[in-house]
Structure formats: structure tokens, C-alpha cells
Design a protein around this ligand. Sequence first.
Ligand code: G6P
Length: 369
Amino acid sequence: ALVDKGEHRHFMAKEIHEQPEVLGHAISAYVDPVGRKVVLPEGGIDFSKVTALTMSACGTAFYATLVAKYWFETYARLPVETDIASELRYRDVPYREGGAALFISQSGETADTLAALRDAKEAGQQVGAIVNVPESTIAREADALYPTHAGPEIGVASTKAFTCQLATLASLAIAAGVARGVLSREDEERLTGVLLEAPRHVAEMLHADKSLEAIAAEVATARDVLYLGRGGSYPLALEGALKLKEISYIHAEGYAAGELKHGPIALIDEAVPVVVLAPRDAVFDKTISNMHEVMARGGKCLLVSSAEGLAEAARGGKVWGEIAVPEVDPLIAPIVYSVPVQLLAYHAAVAKGTDVDQPRNLAKSVTVE
Ligand code: G6P
């Protein structure tokens, strides 16, 4: 094989640990570190003229579109719609004139994503592909190609491809903001500076790898696990739940923290771990107050936040478990918080003894409908 596991037990572990390096590749493909500006490939989407943006994908790549929606709205003030490709392709979408559509795929061969791309193209949208395999069908059929530079991903559960998709999408959102006159030159310098710091923070987070084993082993004994997040952390809650169920076969659900009282709070008891993803951003206090609602009902919460966030939250009572994440700018929080979410699922699966790289019934790439 061209790719081996090196010192790691599984490809998934190797790929998780490769992230600082491959994120560096992804970011340097789109950001000039000296000029502190975004540089997109020639002949790509002209965001200064785009009227609306549609994004679509399947699985983990779909969650990347949900994160990117926040970025394009905030930094480029662009109206965004996202949908799962298997839904989008059968909807009668009234695509807007002058719109662009981005399709995200690790393999570039996912049947539903390809079909949705073809529909959007036929509807006159400028189509961009964010793919990890540049020779793939989706890459070839798109008008503009934005490779994610994650290198070959072997583990069925996507890890480094996801964070590199995020890095690529963050670059595009900043570029769109600049092109649309929403971001000033100073904003661009600041945001690209923040993005360039992502690999370092991810590396720092990875140092905590071993220390997550014990809590993951406890999570592994649960029958159900709930993940909560708000804003950019809501898609990560979905991704965390997906990752856990894919490789450990534990039932897990991701929820927007604010939706808690509209259903999942009924599930809370001392047997259901609740993983709360709470970077210190504009909605931190809201998320923490949702967590306290869970704790007031006897739920056991595993809080994922920065040291500052953990300390602040502790004033409202002692949580069941804590995972400390570097304190980062909200722009890159989804990239950095991907790591604890991946490690938790990985170590829970290892604790259960499942086939981490080849989970039952799943395929790396779904090329049939
Ligand atoms: C499968 C894989 C997932 C992946 C999804 C989309 O379900 O198991 O890891 O996220 O397909 O694949 P793509 O290659 O389009 O990103």
C-alpha cells in the first residue's frame, strides 16, 4: 500500500494526528502568509457578482457546509442555503439568477452530490467543487475547483478531510467578504492571521490525546449520547454524534442547544452523557445556561471549552467531565473543536473494540444512489 499507518494503531488515529500538517497545506493554498491576504485560483467564482450561495454535500461534508453557512453570512453577508445532496437533487429549487453553488466531497465521487451539482449547473449556477481528490468526477465537472489538500484519507470516518474542507471554506468566505466589500483590508489581515494560527492550535489540542482516553471509555459504556452546540458549534454537535455512532455504534444525537427544551430534555437522566461544545463566543453564556438546565435534571455533562470557559461554567456547579481546548477566535473554533470530537469518538470505539477504520455497513465513498 502507498499509505501506511506508521506508528498508529489505526488510519483514523494517523489521520487525526496529521491535521496540523495538512491544515497547513490547505491554508497555504489559499492564504498568502506574508501579505496576509486570500489568494484564490484564477478563473474561479467571482464572488463580487454572486447574488446567493447554495452549498450541498453528504455526510460529514454536509456538516462542513453548515459551518460555512455561518462564515459566508457573517464575513461576506451572502444569503446561503444548504441542503443534503440527496434532498437537493429532488427538490424543485428556484435557483437565483447570478447564484453560485458549492459542492463539498472528500472523494469527489458521491453519486448524490454529483447529481445535485449537475442540476445546479443546468440551472445556470456557477458551480464550485471543494474536493480532496482533484482527479475525481465532481472536480472535473465543476466550473471552479478548490482542492482541500488533506492527502489520501483511508479511515471510513472522515477526519482530516473535514477540517481541510473547513479551512478551504473559511478561506473562500473571507475572499467573498473582501470581493463583496464587506471586509476591509484590516479585517482580511486579521482573519487570515487567525486562520494561519489554526494548525498550531490543533497541534496543541492533539497533545491532550491520551488524557481523553479515560473519559471516552466512560462514554463508551453509554447507550445514548447527546451532543449540544450553538452557532458554529451546532454543526459540530451533529458531526460529533455522527462520528460516535459511525465507529462505536453508540446511539448519538446532535442538537442545537436552544432546541433542548423542545424534545431531547425528556431523555435526560444519569445514564445519558451530554457532550456540550462551548467555545467562548457570542453564544457561550446561552450554551452554558442550557447545560445547567441539563444538570438541574440530573444529567451528566461533559463540557468542551477553553480553560477560561471551563472556569466560568464551574461557577454554576461541577460538571461530570471536562475537556480543555485552546482559547481561539470564533472563526477557527469549528476547526479546533473538531479535534476533541474526533478523539472522543475514536477512543470510545477503541474502548469498545470495534473495527475503527472499517465500521460495519459503511463505505468510504457512496457512488450509487
Ligand atoms: C460516506 C463516508 C463519509 C462521508 C460521506 C460523503 O458516508 O463514510 O465519511 O462524509 O460518504 O463522502 P464524500 O466523499 O462525498 O465526502
